[in-house]
Design a protein around this ligand. Sequence first.
Ligand SMILES: [Ca+2]
Ligand SMILES: [Ca+2]
Length: 181
Amino acid sequence: MGSRASTLLRDEEIEEIKKETGFSHSQITRLYSRFTSLDKGENGTLSREDFQRIPELAINPLGDRIINAFFPEGEDQVNFRGFMRTLAHFRPIEDNEKSKDQNGPEPLNSRSNKLHFAFRLYDLDKDDKISRDELLQVLRMMVGVNISDEQLGSIADRTIQEADQDGDSAISFAEFVKLRC
Ligand SMILES: [Ca+2]
Ligand SMILES: [Ca+2]
């Protein structure tokens, strides 16, 4: 006991994070020690390099984009609260049943927040639309080398054709949601 991790995280903070993210007390303290072990600068925040040491992200084709999702616009450090808020999107939806709060805000791991999170992984220029190029970039990262550019291009075209309802040749969030149904 008396480790750095347990001394720095106050009970009130754990309570607030619990309410905000739906993680349990023990999950929060466990993730806090993971956070501090990744925090090589020992300044209470993580940089992109800190994240790149996580093996699961290093091998994920979308790793860099997932890492970016942790960082608020224009910032290159994320604190524990921000870290937990992003992680909350990955909690399974069923977990909400245990901690349902009818009057509370929509949980971060709701279906719609999860879809928003996925949508933002595609929408690099943040114009709230997925263009053909943005879709192609993700397809290329995910399928690797076995598919030619032409084949990828026609997959992208077909996906956009299927999803695009307002005829702007791009996928809006509303169109994206229907595509996933
Ligand atoms: Ca876009
Ligand atoms: Ca459209």
